[in-house]
Design a protein around this ligand. Structure first.
Ligand code: ADP
Ligand code: MG
Length: 212
């Protein structure tokens, strides 16, 4: 739970667990939409991939609750990598695992520390997949979201949503959608869309805590 009066509000294990549970719910609710987006410029499995992955994350976190916020994210990332076959499994898995490792083994984290750690996670995604902002991938939402999180949870959510929408006119240069070349233009990237769900869920959970 969030503690403090705003200036130095910190978040513990249960906040991170609630975030991932909220992501699992959002992915479950939006699975058809994610799959529809992936059927336009991919292979129509993004919704199913993430549904399976985050359901498995929810299960392991309930079975073996990790001791620190960093360990929650590391365990979740490991689970995504082993559960999801598509490109998004290793990519989101790397995001959470690297973020968790960067957080270290403190009991509580601030929003600023989370933003900093997610920054290293996003850099690891870019390194793994060789993509940059503008390539029409999840990074188009993740990079601005992490920047926004330095200001507030709400700013992160808005930036991720805007980044996902901004993928529509882009031509895909990485991943399966890049095989389509020009034909990838005019469609929203599924991974950028699911990344926006991650930050919407984070903002929802933060609001429940009274955090901004
Ligand atoms: P797959 O492409 O293997 O079917 P998914 O459908 O689950 O996997 O995920 C597709 C999403 O993964 C894309 O919409 C894109 O956002 C993201 N993605 C694919 N390749 C890369 C990459 N090299 N770097 C970053 N994100 C990528
Ligand atoms: Mg796919």
């Amino acid at each position: 739970m969030g503690e403090g009066t705003g200036m130095t509000e910190t978040f513990g294990v249960d906040f991170l667990v609630r975030w991932l549970a909220a992501v699992a719910e959002a992915v479950d609710r939006e699975a058809d939409r994610l799959t529809e987006l992936d059927s336009a410029i991919g292979d129509a499995d993004h919704g199913a991939n993430l549904k399976r992955g985050f359901a498995a994350v929810t299960t392991i976190l309930a079975e073996e609750p990790p001791a620190t916020p960093g360990a929650v994210l590391t365990a979740a990332g490991r689970q995504l990598i082993s559960t999801v076959g598509g490109a998004s499994g290793p990519l989101y898995g790397t995001l959470l695992r690297r973020t968790g490792k960067t957080l270290g083994d403190g009991d509580r984290v601030t929003r600023e520390q989370l933003a900093e750690a997610l920054g290293s996670g996003v850099a690891a995604v870019s390194q793994l997949g060789g993509a940059q902002v503008g390539d029409k991938t999840m990074l188009d939402a993740l990079v601005p979201a992490v920047e926004g999180l330095r200001a507030s949870f709400g700013a992160a959510r808005a930036a991720a949503e805007e980044g996902a929408l901004a993928t529509v006119p882009l031509r895909a240069r990485k991943g399966r959608a890049s095989y389509l070349g020009e034909r990838s233009v005019g469609h929203q990237d599924p991974g950028a869309t699911s990344s926006a769900l991650l930050f919407a869920a984070l903002d929802d959970v933060a609001r429940t805590e009274g955090a901004s």
